[in-house]
Write a protein that binds this ligand. Sequence first.
Ligand SMILES: Cc1ncc(COP(=O)(O)O)c(C=O)c1O
Length: 483
Amino acid sequence: MSWLHERTTELLSRVAEVKAHDAFPFFRPMQNVGSRVAVNGASYVNFTSNDYLGLSTDPRLAKAAIAATITYGTGLGSARPQATSVRHDELERRLAGWLGYGGAAVFTTGYQALVGTLGAFLGDDTTVIVDRLAHASIMDGVLLARGQHPDLELRFFKHDSMRALERCLETAEHDKLLVVVEGLYSVDGDFGTLDETVALAKKYGAAVMVDDAHGLGTLGPTGRGVAERFGVLGEVDLLVGTFSKSFGGVGGFVVADAPLVDFLKLSARAFLFSASLPVAQVDAALAALDVIEREPARRARLADNARFFREGLLELGFDLGESETHITPIMIRDERRTLEMGATLFHGGGIMMMPFVAPGVPAGTERLRCNVTAAHTRAQMGYALEVLAEVGKRLDVLPMRARTSAPSWKKAWWMARHAIDGALNAGPGHLAKQAEVLALPPLRAAASDVRRAVRRRAIGDGWSDAPPAPPEPPRREARAPVG
Ligand SMILES: Cc1ncc(COP(=O)(O)O)c(C=O)c1O
């Protein structure tokens, strides 16, 4: 056994333990994508996707991608300096125009856009000041730059604390300063006070870089993201976005003043030394931008869905941390219970939600991240709330009195829709799975309320409520407990 194998043992033995309890939440092989997905013959309501506007399955994007593949092939065979198509130029022109900047550079992923841009601008004479909760791509970008430039000063400040940021700005070693923050924070669902961040940075002559991977297309009066929401679009020096979320595809981009973009295209190693984004994705992104600009109703539906789901979760008594948006973390604050809840929802409830545990989030802030999208239906969200209520009580995350205020007939309808839509999505195997879900007491109670109401109507006053039968033991316990 080589040292390479030794390196794997600690992590893989932890994973094996979690897998032994059927609680490993990653790499589940989906047979389709969207708000409902089939996995191994059963159907799940999916709250793990960042496809916020539901565009990844939009026929207009698929048509654009197919046509581009026929014309330009499946790949361009090289990196951007040698492999820029007229469609790349068109997309960069459209993105710059959309956000009101002098230029745009399209990268192959958002990760590369961030790592490449930070690497291009940071040097031994720079201080970079980063929000402590910033995404891994930002962390990797600054750490990589520091590896190349040992005198680069790297400072972190407490999430969205203007006092902490000002302290860093005041005491920075260098006078070339860059402040780096996210727009909409991807794991907590909150935004920082970007207007104050920009004002403070400008006071100290610092440049500002914002990664708005989750806000562009979804937030702001016209979907131009968190900078638009806070009235600072144009004041952010380097604005980074991705096509892997609201655009429903793959790819990343930076918009900035024209000379900054020209410099980036000649200096960012992730731009120069990695394959160019295939034209299928370029044209899908252009089609997505058309939809984002012309169909504000999708954004309104996303906001409406997010409101419905948040209100339901808060009514049940869940702790949603600092979330203000469609990214709604259910804070559990315990690793074992977070994994257990994710597994119980999946195996017993037909719901996919992503558990986040350390090191993905700081220990003590473990949560299930639920991403609401415009593609979710009321029935899917209502069903999920009923199951969450039951599972939350079972695992002591909610008090026993927690319940939603939805009428019984609605609960029964949501449950029926889950059975029908699930069978259509995954085949009849889904119904066997649904039988397990029926063992959840509130859903059983809702079904029996409806049965009783129907009988009362059919038989009239002569009908009397028989004493309830003792509860049947569940057919099969949901598998989950970890460790
Ligand atoms: C905040 C944030 N920035 C950047 C990225 C990277 O984007 P991409 O998926 O395009 O590489 C992600 C993706 O998870 C993200 O959440």
